[in-house]
Design a protein around this ligand. Structure first.
Ligand SMILES: O=C(CO)[C@@H](O)[C@H](O)COP(=O)(O)O
Ligand SMILES: [Co+2]
Length: 237
């Protein structure tokens, strides 16, 4: 039987959105056909920037049907995990570097009824997730240093993307591989060929806010062609 090509997921970051109209902005993304919405949570400590708290996300939650993921760029995320889940995030991504007891933190996310993801800073090796894969639903490889949107993609991360792909490939449960930072028309191909199937896109998408649906389809098409050329982009029909 012919293998089918994995459908790439396009997940916008809300960082470039107009924060005074977040509900409308998220509805536009939903109408444009994106797969989820990523909320970039920054605490001014783990990263040198601050964004929003759970009440902001909760206020948008009833206005949009899409799944929400929280990308927690937060030192010691444990004490607030339940707030992000209560606000409506069904996927919670913590940074490996921010957790003293990563295994415990991931178990706590599952106990709250959410899916758990682990993000890796550019300087963190793929091996940082090797011993927690049984508790991981998604690995997020940062392709910029976290803290700001609009930075240049680090192509040097493609080797790590490939290493994570080979780590997760043989797991008994599905683990998504997402990339985040500087993803757009010129970089989605390289990260897809390396092993990513989910693409967080911020500024490269909002740059085309007058034709969001076209840009989502265009980016997904570019990723689909790259995945169809690569072994990891195929699944049994
Ligand atoms: O987590 C982060 C930054 O820390 C990202 O989600 C970016 O906000 C994505 O924005 P672009 O790099 O695509 O502009
Ligand atoms: Co992010």
């Amino acid at each position: 039987m012919q293998p089918t090509v994995v459908r790439p997921r396009i997940v916008p970051s809300v960082l470039p959105a107009d924060f005074s109209r977040l509900g409308e902005e998220c509805r536009s993304l939903e109408h444009a056909g994106v797969d989820r919405i990523q909320w970039d949570i920054m605490d001014g400590s783990f990263v040198p920037n601050m964004t929003m708290g759970p009440d902001v996300i909760a206020s948008v939650r009833p206005q949009v049907g899409l799944e929400f993921e929280a990308h927690l760029m937060v030192q010691d995320p444990d004490r607030m995990l339940s707030h992000w889940v209560s606000a409506g995030c069904s996927l919670v991504i913590v940074h490996a570097e921010a957790c003293t007891h990563l295994h415990r933190t991931l178990a706590a996310v599952h106990e709250l009824g959410a899916r758990a993801g682990v993000a890796l800073n550019p300087a963190t090796p793929a091996s940082a997730v090797a011993h927690v894969l049984d508790l991981v639903d998604l690995v997020l490889v940062m392709t910029v240093n976290p803290g700001f949107g609009g930075q240049d993609y680090l192509a040097s991360m493609e080797r790590k993307i490939a290493e994570v792909r080979s780590l997760i490939q043989d797991q008994p449960h599905e683990i998504e591989l997402e990339v985040d930072g500087g993803i757009g028309r010129n970089t989605i191909n390289g990260s897809a060929r390396a092993g990513a199937t989910t693409f967080c896109v911020g500024s490269a998408l909002f740059r085309h806010r007058d034709r969001l649906a076209d840009e989502v389809a265009h980016l997904r098409g570019l990723a689909e062609s790259a995945l169809s050329d690569s072994a990891h982009g195929k699944e049994a029909a």
